[in-house]
Every structure is written in C-alpha cells, then in structure tokens.
Design a protein around this ligand. Sequence first.
Ligand code: G3H
Length: 276
Amino acid sequence: MTVLHARTEPRPLWLGTSWKMTKTLAESRAYVEELGHTVVPEGVQAFLLPPLTSLHVVLDALPTGSPVLVGVQNAHWGPDGPMTGEVSMTQVRDAGAQVVEIGHSERRGLLGETDEMVAAKVAAALDAGLVPVLCVGEPWSVRSAGRADAYVADQVRSALADVDPDDVSRVVVAYEPVWAIGEGGRAAEPADVVGVLDAIRGAVADLAPGVRLRALLYGGSVTTENATDLLDLDLDGLFVGRAAWTAAGFTALLSLGGRAVDRRDELSSTHQPRSR
Ligand SMILES: O=C[C@H](O)COP(=O)(O)O
C-alpha cells in the first residue's frame, strides 16, 4: 500500500540516472539526441550522470537552455595536485558538471570507499559549488537483522559531519539499499523504504535542525512498473540505473514523474484552506 503525498512547492520531483560504466561517446551522443526531443514535465528535475569520458559529449548534445542537470559519478575530495588518475571537484565543475554522485555502494563495496572519504567528498563538492548526490543504503545482512534504519542514519550522520548545517539544504541524498541494486537485486517494496526515509530525515534534523535536504530520493531496481508506487511515497524522486539506460526508458520514467507531480499538486489544491 502506498500513501500519496502532496507536493510542497516549489520542491521539484527529481528523476535521474547514472549510466555507470556504460556507453561509448557515440552511444552517449545518440542517447542525448534522442532525449533532446523530450519535454521534461513541469515540476520534474531531470539529471544525467554519464561516465566522465562522455561528460562533454552530453553537455554539447543537450539543447541550449536544457533544464536537465548533468554531472559525474565520482570525484576526489582533494585540491588539484599530485593524485594520479583522479580528478578533483574543481576540475569536474570546470568541465561543466553541476552534480556529483558520492558514496555509491559499488564504490564503497568494490573500491574501498570509506565513510571518511565519503564525508570529505561531500564537503569538497559543496565547496566547489556542485550538488552532491550522496548515496546511502544497507546490505541485506543489515536489513535482515532489522538494523536498516540505524545503519543508514549512521551513514548520513557520518557523511554530513563536516557540512555546515546551512549547507545541508544543498545536499541530495539517495537511499539505495544494496540488495536492491543492479542485476540480481530486487526492488524494495514501498514498506521497506518508508522507515529508512524517516530515519534519514531524523538524522538530518539532529545535524541541522529545521533544515531540509535539497531532495531525498530512492534508487534500486526502479522500473516503469514500480515507479508510480514509489513516487507516491513521501520522497522527492528516484535515482535510476538500468531502466533509464535508453532514452526511451528515461523518457517513460520522466513521464511517470510528471504524472506524480500532477497527483501531488492536485492533492495540495484539495488541502488548501478555503478563502473567507
Ligand atoms: O545508480 C543507480 C542505482 O545504483 C540503481 O541501479 P539499478 O536501477 O540498475 O538497480
């Protein structure tokens, strides 16, 4: 069962995709050219996170004035300098990125990214004027032990430890349970998600009383089949992998996002106090 929530103006519904380690330059250009014909529904904030190699192609191929935000899937926390193979937040900003993904579970689990590195990256992203999309989420062992809420709240507290409370409103958090991501993952049921979203909001309230995140998203095996139920939860959007790796897939999800915005707006208007 899902519970529909009114949209609180002017908060948009975010719908974004990371292409992870897929797509050549030609494939990236073809995707964006196809997407170029899509009108992003009003009230939806779309974002694309191509591989770093395709950043420029994506920026070039988007129509002038496109509302789609473009970013990268990772950057280093340090200043420019001797760090072979890495790129800094300043460098990706200079290359045109507006958004940077931080702390995806594939990087934490497979590439040794620690909570400390994640926290340093969030602070560095904000310093560079980027929108950090901070990924958090529990492995199945933690979920099955009934500790998902506490585990994810700890990840959020740790990642935002070095952030000025006022800047918490510039951070997007994506709740992505590790067991829900990628091939072999299974999408979380709405009931799996709500408690963790509340725990994230609770952790943010402890760190920055009265401050709301820029957006709180869900990600992990999102498809056109489950997006509507997920978008009827009290969250600000979805972060999608495979289902948006074609322009047609992303377009279909944007359209579902537009319908979710309409439902939220309708609900808001029916809850307006009557004028006297
Ligand atoms: O970056 C997106 C998430 O990791 C979800 O990926 P997925 O939708 O392919 O499960």
